[in-house]
Design a protein around this ligand. Structure first.
Ligand code: FAD
Length: 475
C-alpha cells in the first residue's frame, strides 16, 4: 500500500474535478489534465434533479437514485445550489394527466422522509412534508390576486409569480410545486478551482490536451501538450473523465465500449420587464422530440432565464444523437456540431433558436414574448453509456485493471462515481480502506467563490450576473 500512488485524471468537468478533490483528500498524487482554461467548461447543467421529476419516462428506481445522489451533492457542494423550487404544469393537449405524477411524488416524499430519519443532515430540501404541494383550480383562484413577494419563502409565495404569468386556460390541474432546485455551474467551477488549488498533491494542467496514452509494464504513459510543449509522464492509475470524448481515450487504449453522444443546447434570454420578480423554475411537460416537447424556464437573477425546449428546432437536433460503432468507441458528431463545440455559433442561429425557445415558453406564459436574447447559448455534447437514450443515472465502469471510465449523465451522480473509484482503489490496494470519508469544503469563503464565479462567467463571455444565485440558503 502506498500514498504515493500516482493518478492521472483526463478531463476537468464535474466528473474529473469531483474525483480529483476526493482523491486529493486521501493524500494521493493526482494530475488533472484539462484541455480548456477552466474547470467544468463542458456541457452546462442547471437542474439538480432531486427526484427526477422532469423525466416522466424514466423508472421510479432512477428517480429514487437521483434523489439520493442530489441530496449528497447538496451536502457536499451547498455553495452552488440555487434553493428555489420548481412548478410543474401539464398542458391540456398532453395525453397524460398530472395525477399520473402523484404516485412517484408520494414515493419520493416517503424516501426523503426515510433519509432524514437515517441522518438529519440529509434535510437539505426542507421539511419532507413540503417536498411537494398540489394546487387545484380553487387553490389557485384563492391565491391569484395576492401581491408577489420580493423574497418569497412559503410555497404559496413561490407559486404566485407562476400563477400570475401562466395561461391557466391551457393547463390541467393540479399544478405541482416541488423542491427541485437549481445548480449554478459557474459557482461549481469556482468552488472546485479554489478547493483544488489548496492541495499540494494536485497537479492541475489547464489548457492541456492529452494526445496519447499507452500501457507500459502495467503503468500508463500519458503524452500531453500544453501550448506547443509536449511531455510524457507515467501513472499507476488512469481515470478517463473526458465527457463525450471518453470513446476517444478507449480507442487509444484499444478498449471497446458502446455508448451514445448527444448534442443539446439551452438558450439564455433576458426578460427586462421582470427583472425585479423572483420566479420559480417552470416546467411545461410535453413529449420529447415532438413540437410539443417539454419547455423549461430556469430563473437566474436580474431577469435572465435559461430555456430548454425538447423539440428538434430548440434544444434537440435531428442528427444530434449518435452512437459508437464497431470500428470506434467514439461516437462521431456531424461537422456542424464540432464547429459549435470547438469554435463558435453563427449569430443568426443563436437569434433564431433563442426566439423559438422564447415562443415555445410563451405558448404558456404569454407575456414572456417580451423577452429577448440575453447571451450566447449554454450548450454541449454529453455521453450516455450503452444504447438506451433515456438513461439518466450512470456512474463509472472499470474496463481493465487500474483504468476507470467515468460516464455520468447527471452531475449529481458524480459523488457515487468518485466513491466507486475509491472502492476500486481500495480493492487494488492503492489505498487503505480506513481512509475513505465524506469531503467537506467548509473552508471556502463565500466572497472568494462569488468573485471567482463572476470572473469565470465573464471569461466565458456570459453576463457575470449568471454566476449569482436567486436563493442562497434554505428558508
Ligand atoms: C444542454 C445541456 C443541459 C444539461 N443540463 C443538465 C442539468 O440541468 N443537470 C444535470 O445534472 N446535467 C445536465 N446536463 C448533463 C451534464 O452537463 C453532463 O452530464 C456533465 O456535465 C458531464 O460532466 P463530465 O465531467 O462527465 O463531462 P464534461 O463536462 O464534458 O468534462 C469533460 C472534460 O474533458 C475535457 N477533455 C476531453 N478530452 C480531453 C483530452 N484529450 N485532454 C484533456 N482534456 C480533455 C473537456 O475539455 C471537458 O472539460 C446537460 C447537458 C446538456 C448538453
Amino acid at each position: 500500500m502506498s500514498h504515493k500512488t500516482k493518478i492521472a485524471i483526463v478531463g476537468g468537468g464535474v466528473a474529473g474535478s469531483t474525483t480529483a478533490l476526493h482523491l486529493a483528500e486521501l493524500g494521493l498524487e493526482v494530475s488533472l489534465f484539462e484541455k480548456q482554461s477552466s474547470i467544468s467548461s463542458g456541457p452546462p447543467y442547471c437542474h439538480l434533479h432531486a427526484g427526477g421529476n422532469l423525466y416522466r419516462e424514466i423508472s421510479d428506481q432512477q428517480c429514487l437514485t437521483l434523489l439520493k445522489q442530489s441530496i449528497d451533492f447538496v451536502r457536499t457542494y451547498p455553495f452552488c445550489i440555487d434553493y428555489r423550487p420548481t412548478v410543474i404544469a401539464v398542458p391540456l393537449t398532453d395525453k397524460l394527466s398530472p395525477n399520473a405524477l402523484l404516485p412517484r411524488l408520494k414515493l419520493l416524499k416517503k424516501a426523503y422522509e426515510g433519509m432524514i430519519e437515517e441522518d438529519k443532515e440529509n434535510k437539505v430540501l426542507g421539511e419532507s412534508e413540503f417536498y411537494y404541494k398540489l394546487y387545484e383550480k380553487d387553490d389557485i383562484e384563492a391565491l391569484k390576486n395576492l401581491a408577489i413577494q420580493k423574497n418569497p419563502s412559503s410555497l404559496d409565495e413561490w407559486m404566485l409569480p407562476a400563477i400570475q404569468h401562466l395561461d391557466l386556460n391551457k393547463l390541467q390541474f393540479p399544478l405541482v410545486l416541488v423542491q427541485e432546485y437549481g445548480i449554478n455551474l459557474f459557482r461549481y467551477a469556482s468552488g472546485l478551482e479554489l478547493a483544488l488549488d489548496k492541495f499540494t498533491n494536485v497537479h492541475y494542467h489547464g489548457n492541456t490536451t492529452v494526445q496519447n496514452i499507452q500501457n507500459k509494464s502495467d503503468r500508463w504513459e500519458v503524452t500531453y501538450a500544453t501550448d506547443n510543449r509536449v511531455e510524457k509522464e507515467t501513472f499507476d492509475y488512469l481515470i478517463n473523465a473526458t465527457g463525450y470524448k471518453t470513446g476517444s481515450i478507449d480507442d487509444m487504449l484499444d478498449v471497446r465500449s458502446e455508448k451514445m453522444v448527444e448534442f443539446k443546447a439551452s438558450y439564455v434570454s433576458h426578460w427586462e420587464q421582470k427583472e425585479d420578480i423572483l420566479f420559480p423554475e417552470i416546467i411545461i411537460h410535453g413529449e420529447r422530440g415532438t413540437p410539443k416537447g417539454m419547455g423549461q424556464l430556469t430563473p437566474y437573477p436580474a431577469g435572465y432565464f435559461q430555456l430548454h425546449g425538447m423539440t428538434e428546432d430548440i434544444t434537440l437536433y435531428k442528427d444530434g444523437l449518435v452512437s459508437s460503432s464497431n470500428e470506434s468507441s467514439q461516437a462521431k458528431l456531424n461537422g456542424h456540431f464540432i464547429t459549435k463545440l470547438d469554435k463558435q455559433w453563427e449569430k443568426e442561429e443563436v437569434e433564431m433558436r433563442t426566439h423559438k425557445a422564447i415562443e415555445h415558453l410563451a405558448n404558456y406564459l404569454p407575456s414572456f414574448r417580451e423577452a429577448n436574447v440575453g447571451a450566447k447559448p449554454l450548450f454541449g455534447a454529453q455521453q450516455i453509456p450503452g444504447d438506451d437514450p433515456t438513461l439518466r443515472v450512470a456512474e463509472v465502469s472499470f474496463p481493465s485493471k487500474n483504468y476507470a471510465r467515468c460516464e455520468i449523465v447527471k452531475v449529481s451522480s458524480s459523488l457515487d462515481m468518485a466513491n466507486r473509484i475509491i472502492k476500486n482503489l481500495i480493492e487494488l490496494q492503492h489505498i487503505k480502506p480506513s481512509l475513505a470519508k465524506r469531503v467537506s469544503l467548509n473552508y471556502l469563503d463565500e466572497h472568494s467563490i462569488a468573485q471567482h464565479a463572476q470572473t469565470i462567467a465573464k471569461l466565458r463571455d456570459y453576463p457575470k450576473v449568471l454566476a449569482n444565485r436567486n436563493v442562497e440558503a434554505l428558508a
